[in-house]
Ligand binder design. Structure first.
Ligand SMILES: Cc1ncc(C[n+]2csc(CCOP(=O)(O)OP(=O)(O)O)c2C)c(N)n1
Ligand SMILES: CC(=O)[C@@H](O)[C@H](O)COP(=O)(O)O
Ligand SMILES: [Mg+2]
Length: 653
């Protein structure tokens, strides 16, 4: 085999237009150098911009092998979540675009059909990939294109999500639809993956192919047992890699397939593995076999999250799952102010409440660290539950805990609550159960793009009978509202706060029930109703307008949904009401206030300020809020425009 010089490899492989064909043409001997170059590239670019470093370092060889064995985009290679798609992007002509990774107008941190025909799933919510694969495989078969492979890459964490098992139930029963599932098993979500599935994967990893007791040959159904493949059964099996992928001679590919005695084999999948997910020859062998089997198959690849970058591999917390700007030499964060985050205020307060309320329990869906529940779990291990990436289960399990006399706190990112809306509505609210939902990353999150903005929770929760939604404007109100929420036993409550440094405290001038007045004008011109952290910009806007002779008062309802009667009473005293929320305008607080004012028979105009009713691309939180007019300047401009539209409306009309 001709040796490939480093220069040629370097020059050829990470050019901005390098595509899968170039990767296929590479001699096997050049691949370790390609992998090393990709790792160095990832550390440099993700260290400079922030992003998902650990997950992508773990799939370098897997992504190379996928693009050498399959012909994307003729074959479809799907990634679950897509946070581990950087290497795929590098191998599909986008190496030159990583300098503005996750920045407005730049490369998305997830897959993007606008970027490439090689990208399919844009949704970053976990556990969807097998269902997409099921649908695509059906479409390929109906089009007579079953020769186009459908490959689904799913993580061990995502496999704890219920949707995966709904899809496996369908895929395993359809031998005529040859979906290739690639399980990227790095034993972690953020933290180590929990549950019986994780235990089963550990069994498969630790016992190697001998764990595959070839029970019976498929097809004729004869019951001739076969020795464990990969052992010294003398059946010609030989290990291709250290982890234990075994090799069968070609005759076995055409003959009836044995059934592996493991979860996937018993569900109808051929099982190939465990394969060393960093050993390229084994990966290419297993993926080629999977491709040629022409039936549903699970390739179990064992990888290391953060592989090849010591600070990530050794990071016990989360293997640098998602990082900010780093020093590539040390892996240490370059930024990181000392202003506490909303999450840290919540984490501390919940621990304090846990001391005072023995009925308090906490539930996370595989995100103890990012949601702040890890501290509660360390303090109260018996009252803390990580259920895996399983928000639907988290919510209904919380309902069960509430039925058992506890007050569960379910902490999830706001965007992921949508996954469990039916459970919130029918398993919790219908039974009027005391469950508190704490929605972190509410509103615009920024670099994680459209499926990560938490911009629909007020709309969803506003439709839930008996649900009370609190939105703190600062740390003091977060502590107050959390205490009020866990003391509320007549039904569910929810609190939401953004991915940001916590806002400076804004004292109240007056208190009317749950509502606080933050800025009072003698003239009852305009009432600004500010939701949560937008109170600061609203007060700033009011001060700006007051200097220009326009009387603006600012109210913070604190408990925003259902609309407090005190808010309606106040609104009816003004000539114009303007609501401001970090939520889609479609059906949030503003819509509820407008409806309450109309239902009261009043003609006071209500102008709703919020996020536009469309998907918002990635960028910084501040830029996206500014573009939506949700800054002091934007709010002031909107008030001026609203007044100009209705110059003569009197108070209380
Ligand atoms: C429904 C949902 N819940 C939570 C998350 C947050 N999240 C992003 S990546 C991740 C861990 C995924 O673990 P795994 O599937 O094993 O992939 P890995 O990061 O290990 O490659 C989680 C929980 C999500 N994207 N979707
Ligand atoms: C992919 C995923 O869902 C998260 O890892 C996402 O990147 C949010 O991370 P933050 O915790 O930085 O908001
Ligand atoms: Mg994982």
């Amino acid at each position: 085999m001709a040796s490939t010089s480093a220069t040629q490899t370097d020059g050829l492989l990470l050019d901005s237009d390098m595509g899968p064909e170039a990767v296929k043409r590479l001699p096997a001997g050049a691949l370790p150098l390609l992998a090393a170059r990709i790792r160095a590239f990832l550390v440099e670019k993700v260290g400079a911009a922030g992003g998902h470093l650990g997950p992508n370092l773990g799939v370098v060889e897997l992504s190379i092998a996928l693009h050498r064995v399959f012909d994307s985009p003729w074959d479809t290679v799907l990634f679950d979540i897509g946070h581990q798609g950087y290497v795929h992007k590098l191998l599909t002509g986008r190496a030159g675009r990583f300098d503005n990774l996750r920045q407005a107008g730049g490369l998305s941190g997830y897959l993007s059909r606008a970027e490439s025909s090689h990208d399919v799933i844009e949704n970053s919510h976990a556990s969807t990939v097998l269902s997409y694969a099921d649908g695509l495989a059906k479409a390929r078969r109906l089009a007579g294109e079953s020769d186009r492979a459908v490959v689904a890459v799913v993580g061990d964490g995502a496999l704890t999500g219920g949707m995966c098992w709904e899809a496996l139930n369908n895929l395993g029963a359809a031998p005529e639809r040859p979906v290739v599932i690639v399980l990227n098993d790095n034993m972690r979500s953020y933290a180590p993956t929990i549950g019986a599935l994780a235990d089963h994967l550990q069994h498969l990893r630790s016992t190697g192919p001998d764990s595959i007791d070839w029970l019976v040959e498929a097809g004729e159904g004869n019951n001739k047992p076969r020795a464990g493949a990969g052992s010294d059964s003398g059946d010609g099996a030989d290990r291709v890699s250290s982890v234990g992928h075994h090799r069968r001679d070609d005759s076995e590919l055409t003959g009836p397939l044995p059934v592996a005695r493991n979860l996937f084999g018993l569900l109808g999948f051929a099982y190939l593995g465990p394969v060393d997910g960093h050993h390229l020859p084994s990966l290419e062998e297993a993926l080629s076999m999977a491709r040629d089997l022409r039936r549903p198959v699970m390739v179990h690849a064992v990888t290391v999250k953060g592989r090849g970058f010591a600070p990530a591999e050794g990071d016990a917390a989360d293997c640098m799952h998602a990082v900010g700007v780093l020093d590539p030499a040390t892996g240490r964060p370059r930024t990181g102010g000392d202003v506490p985050s909303w999450t840290s205020v919540f984490a501390d307060e919940l621990c304090g409440l846990g001391e005072r309320h023995e009925d308090l329990v906490a539930i996370t869906a595989a995100m103890p660290g990012p949601t702040g529940l890890a501290r509660f779990g360390e303090r109260f291990p018996d009252r803390f539950f990580d259920v895996g990436i399983a928000e639907q289960h988290a919510v209904t399990s919380a309902a069960g805990l509430a039925l058992g006399g506890h007050h569960p706190v379910v902490a999830v990112y706001a965007t992921f609550l949508g996954r469990a809306f039916d459970q919130v509505l029918m398993d919790v609210a219908l039974h009027r159960l005391p469950v508190t939902f704490v929605l972190d990353r509410a509103g615009v999150t920024g670099p994680d793009g459209p499926s990560h903005h938490g911009m629909w929770d007020l709309t969803l929760l506003g439709a839930v009978p008996g649900m009370r939604v609190g939105v703190p404007r600062d740390a003091t109100r977060l502590r107050e509202l959390l205490g009020e929420a866990v003391a509320h036993s007549e039904g569910p409550t929810a609190l939401r706060f953004p991915k940001a440094s916590v806002s400076a405290d804004i004292p109240a001038l007056e208190r009317h029930g749950p509502l606080e007045v933050l800025h009072r004008s003698a003239a009852r011109d305009v009432l600004l109703v500010a939701v949560g952290s937008l109170a600061g910009p609203a007060v700033e806007a009011a001060q700006y307008l007051e200097e220009r002779g326009i009387g603006v008062s600012v109210a913070d309802p604190r408990w925003v949904l259902p609309v407090p009667p005190e808010l309606l009473e106040l609104a009816l005293q003004y000539r114009l009401v303007v609501t401001v929320e970090d939520n889609t305008r479609a059906g949030g607080l503003g819509t509820a206030v407008a409806r309450a004012v109309a239902d009261a028979g009043s003609r006071v105009p209500v102008r709703v300020l919020g996020l536009p009713g469309r998907f918002l691309s990635h960028g910084t939180r501040s830029d996206i809020l500014a573009a939506a007019g949700l800054t002091a300047k934007g709010i002031a401009s909107s008030v001026l425009r609203a007044r100009a539209d209705r110059p003569h409306v009197g108070a209380g009309q």
